[in-house]
Design a protein around this ligand. Sequence first.
Ligand code: NAP
Ligand code: MG
Length: 402
Amino acid sequence: MNELIKMTTPLVEMDGDEMTRIIWKMIKDELICPFVDLKTEYYDLGLEERERTKDKVTMDSALAAKKYHVAVKCATITPNKQRVEEYNLSEMWKSPNGTIRSVLDGTVFRAPIIIDSIKPAVRTWEKPITVARHAYGDVYKATEYRVPGKGKAELKFTGENGESFCETIYDFECGGVLQGQYNKDSSIVSFAHSCFRYAISTKQSLWFSTKDTISKKYDQTFKLIFEQIYNENYKEEFEKLGIEYFYTLIDDAVARVIRSKGGFIWALKNYDGDVMSDMISTAFGSLAMMTSVLVSPDGNYEYEAAHGTVTRHYYRYLKGEETSTNPMATIFAWSGALKKRAELDGLDELYAFGEKLEKASLATLEEGIMTKDLVNLCEGETQCVNTAGFIAAIRERLERLL
Ligand code: NAP
Ligand code: MG
């Protein structure tokens, strides 16, 4: 047996629920611990432990991510009414991702894992397109009013120093609708820093698009803040790396994205990001192949899969039925976190391991060995395997590479 690859600083490990919790253990047992002297600070975010600790464990894990800068997270249940009954919860605990995001104040970047034999719906796309969604404010925090009939609507602001603003929105001659949206400079600034940092960290160009020609104050503010932060903090580094920051109108961006080869980050306001990220991920193929990383403006990284706990498969698994759940996005969460840890600690061997783990996983798919969800999407000959079979096939290839 070769010596295990060394780590110096622990990764923050956030365990989770259901099928992804099963996969989590398989990945560690088969693909990581046999090769790496894995150091983690472990937090169990499984719903039972969140209940036992009154959700303190989630907050603790988020603070640990802030302390150590790199975390890897398993999918977790966000409780709803049905889950409260199922798990006999004393409270409907908040979404762990929401809690972690509020501590790290980050932006979520989603990117597909792509392979040659699964063609994206857009033929020109050769490289992944990463979507960065500003997950704060706008229509998600709007105040709305159903106007019953004739009357005047005004936009009014009263400042703490007495300054005020009041303008008529519309003089209603009949019923209608009203909506008041807001965002904050501080949140837009964080969003911008996260985007520029992530572009540098992945050496990809950054596109940003809004509708500032129509929204001359609201969207214009987003545009100006990005521009200023870029010029003051990141321009030099971008030029050194040969990547660009590119702002354009959202309708122009949509056309360019469809005609592009991919390989860049597309930053979007909250609603645009919601819609466009679903469009991009569907066009690339499968939810099971989407990776996700939360990047905070001060340089903390939390890696995870974009999908949930795959409940339907878990219930089948509990009944002893065979399941073919795709572990790719969770494997890439691990490899991404290990590579980031290696980068921060200057550990070449650990970085190379992360790369090889990804290479072995992709090679397995390229050879046609895959889980059920991918078989239908794939061109050419395929062999459908269960999760354990798929992980074993990756391990074989990983051992050959090491
Ligand atoms: P989901 O777990 O993403 O699964 C939805 C469906 O997508 C599955 O039933 C499955 O389709 C397919 N799928 C997703 N991931 C797959 C994979 N790795 N391999 C194969 N197929 C996959 O979403 P959900 O069922 O709506 O949510 C389940 C739980 O996850 C919920 O409690 C929710 O709160 C939680 N959730 C957590 C996160 C997170 O922690 N980041 C994100 C989203 C949801 P088929 O059944 O057709 O095979
Ligand atoms: Mg959506």
